[in-house]
Write a protein that binds this ligand. Structure first.
Ligand SMILES: Nc1nc2c(ncn2[C@@H]2O[C@H](COP(=O)(O)OP(=O)(O)OP(=O)(O)O)[C@@H](O)[C@H]2O)c(=O)[nH]1
Ligand SMILES: [Mg+2]
Length: 431
């Protein structure tokens, strides 16, 4: 039965999203309220009348949990809990809690546990003298009877170390499995997008699988993988992934990095967007931001992205026509309007997928000088190098098979690279 605070004046979408998050916890929502704070109180966040009113309303509505849809300092959280006599959590705590409820696989459970420990550790630092309650079990919502434990940083660190080790073990197995797929040279496609955009619905549509698709944030936590058949290219692998959200806690990104980065090693990303949502454009930006945040530390060059503009069945005829028109006119990104639910646009989506995947490769020669060690390493790591020849002065050529898309990737990393094929020197603009 939460009450909600937002840092800025919230949009209806944000309020609806927060309501959804709270309901995803299995709580009944007593009331949602946005308060305008001219100056957040350092000890309580709220002060004076606002705090009194919250305390009164909490009693009136028989509230047992207060959710602040923003960030609370550990001190604010503790003081609010004392003043209200209630459990108080902030947005990060809420999302961590939902992840905790959703995790099913061993890896998922370990990742959530790690995220929670990192979160608690970050809060311990600032409240060194006022150690927070140690929260036991899987949930944050232990209730008033939870044990008061003397938790210290070192203990958390030890746990974190152990979790990271366990996680590394699980990840090794997964990487071995992935290597198996790569050896078979089956293209891998991953569905990415904002939470609730329809990734799992599309996953089921394309693969005939029956994974959980529900009107609820973070319905999917552990990635699902299926073999599918593309109409012309044949076998491929499709991966369903955890959804993204505004202000996704950094500890979660850290903990889920291995899973998320594996997504980035796909041959193609299908970015599923809920085009019927008024928040679609900002959601798209959130997704791209998180992807680029992950990409910075990833060793894989970023895969190409196509966009599936989902839920067009919810739009009126005019809006749908407009979307079709805009999608067709897009030059930078391939976009296909679809309804994963009704199954419309799926053929066009297959077409776009196959076109992007089947960019033909050409045998190209890359000029090398003795200073080009990084370039050479990149080429060997990322592509198929067929031959390497050097002259006595240390200059030479590497023969490598590249599609136009891969060439673009190469130029993105090494803008000054010199490339030629047998007949002509290709410049970047030809692609
Ligand atoms: N009207 C309509 N609803 C859709 C469509 N695609 C998905 N939905 C609904 O949107 C809700 C979320 O769908 P999911 O497939 O679970 O979304 P998701 O992106 O996997 O969400 P998370 O796993 O929670 O991140 C469900 O209620 C779906 O039925 C569509 O094309 N049209
Ligand atoms: Mg899902």
């Amino acid at each position: 039965m939460p009450w909600t605070f937002l840092p800025k004046r919230p949009s209806d979408e944000r309020l609806a999203e927060t309501t959804g998050l709270v309901e995803a916890l299995g709580c009944d929502l007593a009331f949602v309220r946005s308060e305008h704070l001219r100056k957040p109180n350092a000890s309580f966040l709220l002060s004076g009348g606002l705090l009194d009113r919250l305390a009164e309303d909490a009693v009136l509505h028989d509230v047992s949990l207060v959710v602040v849809d923003g960030a609370l300092t550990p001190i604010q959280q503790r003081n609010l809990e004392k003043r209200l006599g209630l459990k108080v959590i902030d947005r990060t705590g809420l999302i961590l809690e939902i992840f905790g409820l959703r995790a099913r696989t061993k890896e998922g459970l370990l990742q959530v546990e790690l995220a929670r420990l990192l979160y608690e550790r970050s809060r311990l630092v600032r409240t060194w003298t006022h150690l927070e309650r140690q929260r036991g079990g899987r949930g944050f919502l232990g209730g008033p009877g939870e044990t008061q434990l003397e938790a210290d940083k070192r203990m958390i660190d030890r746990k974190v170390q152990r979790l990271r080790r366990d996680l590394a073990d699980v990840e090794r197995t997964r990487l071995v499995q992935r290597a198996g797929r790569v050896r078979h040279e089956v293209p891998v496609m991953a569905l990415v997008g904002y939470t609730n955009s329809g990734k799992s619905t599309l996953f089921n549509k394309l693969s005939g699988a029956g994974v959980l698709a529900k009107d609820m944030p973070f319905a999917t936590l552990d990635p699902a993988i299926r073999h599918i058949q593309l109409p012309n290219l044949g076998a491929a692998v499709l991966v369903d992934t955890v959804g993204f959200i505004t202000e996704l806690p950094t500890h979660l990104i850290d903990s889920f990095r291995a899973t998320l980065e594996e997504t980035l090693s796909a041959d193609l990303l299908i970015h599923v967007r809920d085009r019927a949502s008024a928040a679609d454009v900002s959601q798209k930006q959130d997704v791209l931001d998180i992807l680029s945040q992950l990409g910075e530390k990833s060793e894989h060059p970023a895969p190409p992205i196509i966009e599936a503009w989902n839920k067009v069945d919810l739009l009126g005829d005019d809006a749908r026509e407009d979307l079709d028109f805009i999608a067709a006119a897009q030059s930078d990104t391939v976009a296909v309007p679809i309804s994963a639910l009704a199954g419309t646009g799926i053929e066009s989506l297959y077409l776009a997928i196959e076109q992007t995947l089947s960019d033909k490769q050409a045998l190209l020669e890359v000029a090398m000088t003795p200073q080009d060690g990084a370039l050479r390493a990149f080429l060997y790591k990322s592509f198929h190098v067929e031959a390497e020849d050097y002259l006595s002065d240390g200059t030479g050529r590497l023969s490598v098979r590249l599609s136009a898309r891969e060439l673009g990737r190469l130029y993105a990393h090494f803008p000054d690279v010199e490339i030629s094929d047998e007949t002509s020197t290709k410049s970047r603009s030809q692609f």
